[in-house]
Design a protein around this ligand. Structure first.
Ligand code: MFK
Length: 651
C-alpha cells in the first residue's frame, strides 16, 4: 500500500524525471555478412543491400559517418539555432534608402548547415562521375536520408541546386547563338553548383509560383524580352552588365512578381517567364556587380516584398519577389519552359519524397528509443503488446515508403550511369530494367506517384510518432539539441505535399504520362509497368504467393482504370495513384523479402500488401457510371442535392 505520508512529495527538483532516450544513428556500417544492428533503420539497411554492391566500403563508411554527425550536439544546436532565429528582412539601409545589398538576413545555423551539406557532398556525390561501380544517386539519397532531419531544411536549396545542375549539364554543349557569353556562364554555374567547397559552392532557386500561376503555371504573368542595344550599352556604362563574380549578365530583361520563392538567399535561380513565344525558362544570377566598386554587389533587379509566414520550414527563407529589370539568359527553346524546368521538377519531387521519408525514419527512431525507456503500468513500452502492434504497423508503412522512394532514386542513378557497371553485381539486377528507355519510362511514371504518396504518408506517419511520445510529442522540444522535436519535423514535412499545389497536380501528371504516345508506345501501363511487375511476381517460387496474387489483381484493375478516356482518367487520378502504389510498393517489398528470405522482411511485405489491398470498389447500384459518381461528389462536398442534380445535368 502506498504510504503518502512517508514519501517526500515531488517538486521541481525531486521525484520522477524521465531519462532521455538514446536515439541511435540511422546506419552502422558492418562487414557485409554481419546482420545489421537492431537499432539501425532496418528499412534503410534493406535498400542499401539491394542497390549497392558489397565492396563499396567508402560509400557505406560515408553514410555511417554522416549518420553520426547528424546526431552530434554541435549539429543539433545549429539546427535549433536555424529554427529559432528565422530569416529576417531589412529593407532599408541606415539612411532609409532601399537596401539592395543585403535585405535578407539568415541565421548562423542555416549558413553552417548549408555549408556542411556541401562539404559532405550531398549534391556532389551524384556528379562525381569517376565513381562508376555503384549507384551514385542511391549513395546521395542515403546521405540525405540520415542527414535531412538535422539539416534545418537546407535540403530544399540543395534539391533545387541538384535539379539546376542536372538541367545546366544538359545544356553545356549548347552554342551561344544570339546570346554570346552564355556557355561560359552556364559552365561556371554548373561547376559551382556541384562543388564541395562552401566558399565557392552555389545554390539555386526554382522560381515558378505566382499569384495566378501556382499549380497551373500557364497563369504566369512574369514577362521577359530581349534588351535593346541602347539598354545594354547603358548598363555597361553604369557598370551593371556583370554578375557579382564578373561574369556577363544575360541579354533578357525580366519583369514580374513571384509569389512563393524558396531559398531566396540562393546565388542563382531558374525561373519561368512569358515571352512572345510562350512560357520560357531563364537562368539568372541573383546578384550583380555595382559599377567599379570591387567586391560590391547588389541584387540583380530583385526586390523582396516580404517573407512568408509558414507553418513549417521556418528556417528556410521563402519570399514574395518583385523582378524589375532583372537580367537573365534564355535556357533551351523559347516557349518550351515547362518542358525544360520539368528536369528540375522531377529531381525536387524525388527530394521531397526522400526528405519526407527521412523525417519519418527519424521520428520512428525516436519512438524506438523512447519505447526502450518509457514505463507505463509497470512495464516498458517495448513490452506492451498493444504499443508494439501499433508501432509495428507504422513501421510497415515506413518500409514501403522507403522501398518506393529508393526505387525511384535507383532508377535515376541507373539512367545516369551504366547498368552493366553498377546494377549487374547487385541484388537489384532483376529489379531494374536493363533497357534505358524502359527504365526512363518507369521513372517518369513513378516519380509523381512517389512524391504524391510519400509526401502525404510521411505526414500521417509523423503524426503517429508525435502521438507515441504523448504530450512530449506535441511540444516543440528545442532542449537537448531539439533531438525529440518531432513536431518540427512534422511541420516541415507537411510542405512536401503542398508546394506544387494539391496532390491532384501529380495525379494529372500520371495521366500525362499514361496518355503520352512516346512512353511505352503510348501504353506505359501495359507495356512497361505490367511486364515489369509480372516478371517480379514470377520470382520467389511460392514465397508470398498469396500476396503476389493480390498484386496481380491490382495490376488487372489498374489496366482497366488506365484504359478509360482521358477525362475519366483525370477524374480517377487519385485512384490511379493508389493502384500504382499498391502494385509498385507491393512488388518491391515482395522482391526484397524473397531475396534473402528474411522473416521480418517477409512479414512486412505480407502485412503491407494485405492491409493496402484495394478490393475493387463496387459503385452503389444507384449510380450509373463515373459521371453520375462525379455529380454525387459535388452533392457530398458542397452539401446541396440541387448542386448534385444541377451538376448531373451538366456532365
Ligand atoms: C526537401 C526538399 C523539398 C523540395 C523543395 C522544392 C521546392 C520547390 C519550390 C517551388 O518551385 S514551388 C513551385 C512549384 N510549382 C510547380 O511545381 C508547378 C506545379 N505545376 C505543375 O506541375 C504543372 O502540372 C506542370 C508545370 C508540370 C505542367 O504544366 P502544363 O502547362 O500543364 O504542362 P504541359 O503543357 O502538360 O506540358 C508541357 C511539356 O512539359 C510537355 O512536353 P511536350 O510538349 O514534349 O509534350 C510535357 O510532356 C512536359 N512535362 C510536363 N511535366 C513533365 C514534363 N516532362 C517531364 N517531366 C515532367 N514532370
Amino acid at each position: 500500500m502506498h504510504d503518502a505520508k512517508r514519501e517526500k512529495p515531488s517538486s521541481a527538483t525531486h521525484g520522477f524525471f524521465q531519462q532521455m532516450p538514446i536515439v541511435a544513428p540511422a546506419y552502422t556500417y558492418r562487414s557485409h555478412h554481419a546482420d545489421p544492428s537492431p537499432v539501425d533503420d532496418l528499412a534503410l539497411n534493406r535498400v542499401l543491400n539491394l542497390y549497392l554492391p558489397p565492396e563499396c566500403s567508402e560509400v557505406y563508411t560515408s553514410i555511417h559517418n554522416l549518420a553520426r554527425r547528424a546526431l552530434h550536439p554541435q549539429v543539433l544546436q545549429l539546427s535549433v539555432d536555424a529554427e529559432l532565429h528565422q530569416p529576417t528582412l531589412n529593407l532599408l539601409n541606415t539612411f532609409g534608402e532601399s537596401n539592395r545589398v543585403d535585405p535578407l538576413w539568415v541565421s548562423e545555423g542555416w549558413r553552417h548547415l548549408k555549408a556542411t551539406g556541401q562539404e559532405e557532398g550531398l549534391l556532389a556525390v551524384a556528379y562525381e562521375r569517376h565513381n562508376q561501380t555503384w549507384n551514385r544517386r542511391v549513395h546521395q539519397f542515403a546521405l540525405n536520408h540520415v542527414w535531412a532531419s538535422s539539416a534545418a531544411m537546407t535540403g530544399c536549396p540543395l534539391s533545387m541546386s541538384d535539379g539546376a545542375a542536372k538541367l545546366l549539364h544538359a545544356h553545356l554543349e549548347d552554342p551561344d547563338g544570339d546570346q554570346p557569353g552564355r556557355n561560359r556562364v552556364l559552365r561556371e554555374s554548373y561547376r559551382r553548383l556541384i562543388s564541395r567547397h562552401p566558399t565557392e559552392a552555389w545554390t539555386s532557386g526554382q522560381w515558378m509560383t505566382e499569384r495566378r500561376g501556382g499549380s497551373d503555371v500557364r497563369g504566369t504573368e512574369t514577362v521577359a524580352r530581349r534588351m535593346t542595344s541602347e539598354e545594354l550599352s547603358q548598363d555597361t556604362t553604369l557598370g551593371r552588365d556583370c554578375d557579382a563574380h564578373g561574369l556577363p549578365l544575360g541579354p533578357w530583361r525580366i519583369d514580374g512578381f513571384k509569389w512563393f520563392s524558396s531559398a531566396t538567399d540562393s546565388d542563382m535561380t531558374l525561373l519561368l517567364a512569358q515571352t512572345s513565344r510562350g512560357l520560357s525558362l531563364f537562368y539568372l544570377p541573383t546578384r550583380r556587380g555595382v559599377g567599379d566598386q570591387a567586391n560590391q554587389s547588389e541584387l540583380n533587379g530583385i526586390g523582396i516584398q516580404r517573407l512568408k509566414n509558414k507553418l513549417g520550414t521556418k528556417s528556410l527563407p521563402t519570399a514574395e519577389l518583385e523582378l524589375r529589370g532583372a537580367r537573365g539568359w534564355l535556357i533551351g527553346e523559347e516557349g518550351h519552359g515547362v518542358k525544360e524546368i520539368a528536369t528540375v521538377l522531377n529531381i525536387t519531387r524525388l527530394y521531397a519524397a526522400s526528405s519526407s521519408v527521412a523525417g519519418w525514419g527519424r521520428g520512428l527512431a525516436i519512438c524506438r528509443a523512447y519505447s526502450q525507456i518509457r514505463e507505463t503500468k509497470g512495464r516498458l513500452l517495448r513490452d506492451n503488446r498493444l504499443h508494439l502492434r501499433w508501432m509495428a504497423e507504422e513501421t510497415v508503412k515506413y518500409w514501403a515508403a522507403t522501398q518506393l522512394t529508393f526505387f525511384g532514386v535507383a532508377l535515376l542513378g541507373t539512367i545516369e550511369q551504366d547498368w552493366g557497371l553498377m546494377v549487374q553485381n547487385t541484388q537489384s539486377a532483376q529489379l531494374i530494367p536493363q533497357e534505358t528507355a524502359s527504365a526512363a519510362a518507369l521513372l517518369r511514371l513513378i516519380t509523381p506517384v512517389i512524391k504524391a504518396t510519400e509526401s502525404v504518408n510521411a505526414v500521417h506517419g509523423l503524426r503517429a510518432c508525435m502521438e507515441c511520445l504523448g504530450g512530449v510529442g506535441y511540444c516543440e522540444n528545442n532542449e537537448n539539441g531539439g533531438l525529440l522535436n518531432i513536431a518540427k519535423i512534422f511541420r516541415d514535412t507537411t510542405v512536401n505535399g503542398i508546394w506544387e499545389g494539391t496532390v491532384n497536380v501529380l495525379a494529372e501528371d500520371v495521366v500525362r504520362v499514361i496518355t503520352d504516345a512516346r512512353l511505352g508506345q503510348g501504353d506505359v501501363i501495359g507495356r512497361v509497368l505490367g511486364p515489369w511487375a509480372r516478371r517480379l511476381l514470377a520470382l520467389g517460387n511460392h514465397t508470398l504467393g498469396e500476396e503476389g496474387s493480390i498484386i496481380a489483381q491490382h495490376l488487372d484493375c489498374l489496366a482497366v482504370v488506365a484504359g478509360g478516356t482521358k477525362e475519366e482518367l483525370l477524374y480517377r487520378g487519385r485512384e490511379l495513384l493508389q493502384y500504382l502504389e499498391v502494385v509498385i510498393s507491393g512488388s518491391l517489398l515482395r522482391y526484397d523479402a524473397v531475396q534473402d528470405g528474411n522473416p521480418i522482411a517477409q512479414e512486412v511485405a505480407s502485412r503491407w500488401i494485405r492491409r493496402n489491398s484495394l478490393v475493387p470498389k463496387p459503385t452503389s447500384p444507384r449510380i450509373q457510371g463515373w459521371s453520375e459518381e462525379s455529380a454525387m461528389d459535388r452533392g457530398i462536398f458542397l452539401g446541396s442535392m440541387t448542386a448534385a442534380q444541377s451538376a448531373r445535368s451538366k456532365l
